[in-house]
Design a protein around this ligand. Structure first.
Ligand code: ADP
Length: 267
């Protein structure tokens, strides 16, 4: 540790106050840096679709495109990019809500088998398009306390990713079991496993960061915003849970979540 003027500091009792101050300053600087990086990233991410919409609209307005097929394909690009912009704005607002601590849990007992039945029904259309088999194994009478809307968002993000990053004909499985932590707290352990492309080992520690993507082009072309997993991580932490990932390149990935069975303070 060095002082702000670069002089090394001795960590004895007399310098403790100074050390504390330094840690505060370092933390504030770190947060400022994160915030300015986030703003830079957001601007960049927003500019890309806006530029695409503008460019293709200008070409169409210029009247240079005579055949209808090309014109339609340009309109489709405009539509898709606009949709992505919409998702991006939604994700950014969601993330800022969670990060500013305005997000609070509205807990109720969630019957997990019913929860996954309805969720998988919603997602089955996307899976069918890629001929991916999508299944969930959930104990019949298992209820957990949680915020159903937020749990939905967690699993929609994880399962959509699993479908997205798995080749046609693969499979995505959700497995739910009771668990227990070392201190005796009862938990529910969820595993979302896919037979997809996997994630390189070096990228694993970073995939929960905002806007971090292993393959930018692939994420963009599949409509990804790069924010899904950071939203998931925040929502899991809001539930006092934890999330980890295991992956083998070319074989598949597993996202493992452990959430408390009951939420403290909601009784
Ligand atoms: P995106 O919108 O790009 O999917 P996410 O935050 O959801 O953003 O995920 C971050 C990155 O992690 C993705 O761009 C992708 O590279 C990688 N990733 C996430 N889930 C999977 C998965 N199931 N299999 C392979 N790669 C994944």
């Amino acid at each position: 540790i060095v002082r702000l003027d670069g002089v090394p500091m001795i960590q004895d009792g007399s310098n403790r106050g100074m050390l504390f101050l330094l840690q505060e300053v370092t933390e504030i600087r770190r947060l400022e840096k994160m915030r300015s990086e986030f703003v830079a990233n957001v601007s960049h991410e927003l500019k890309t679709p806006v530029a695409a919409v503008k460019g293709f609209a200008e070409t169409l307005l210029g009247g240079g495109v005579k055949d209808e097929k090309t014109a339609r394909s340009f309109l489709q690009i405009i539509y898709d990019e606009n949709e992505r912009l919409n998702r991006l704005i939604g994700d950014i607002l969601e993330l800022s809500k969670i990060e500013s601590k305005r997000a609070q849990l509205e807990c109720s007992p969630v019957h997990l088998i019913e929860f996954f039945d309805s969720l998988l029904e919603t997602l089955s259309k996307v899976a069918e398009k890629k001929n991916i088999s999508l299944n969930a194994t959930v104990p019949e009478e298992l209820f957990m306390e949680g915020d159903e809307d937020k749990l939905r968002q967690i699993f929609i993000n994880l399962i959509s990713n699993a479908i997205n990053y798995t080749q046609d004909g693969g499979s995505v499985n959700v497995n739910v079991v009771n668990g227990q932590k070392a201190d005796g707290t009862e938990t529910v352990v969820f595993t979302v496993r896919d037979t997809g492309m996997g994630i390189p080992r070096k990228d694993l520690p970073r995939i929960f960061e905002r806007f971090y993507r292993v393959d930018k082009a692939r994420s963009r072309s599949s409509g990804g915003t790069g924010l899904g997993l950071s939203i998931v991580k925040h929502l899991v932490e809001l539930h006092h849970g934890s999330i980890s990932v295991e992956s083998d390149l070319g074989i598949g990935s597993s996202f493992i979540l452990e959430l408390p069975l009951l939420q403290e303070g909601s009784h």
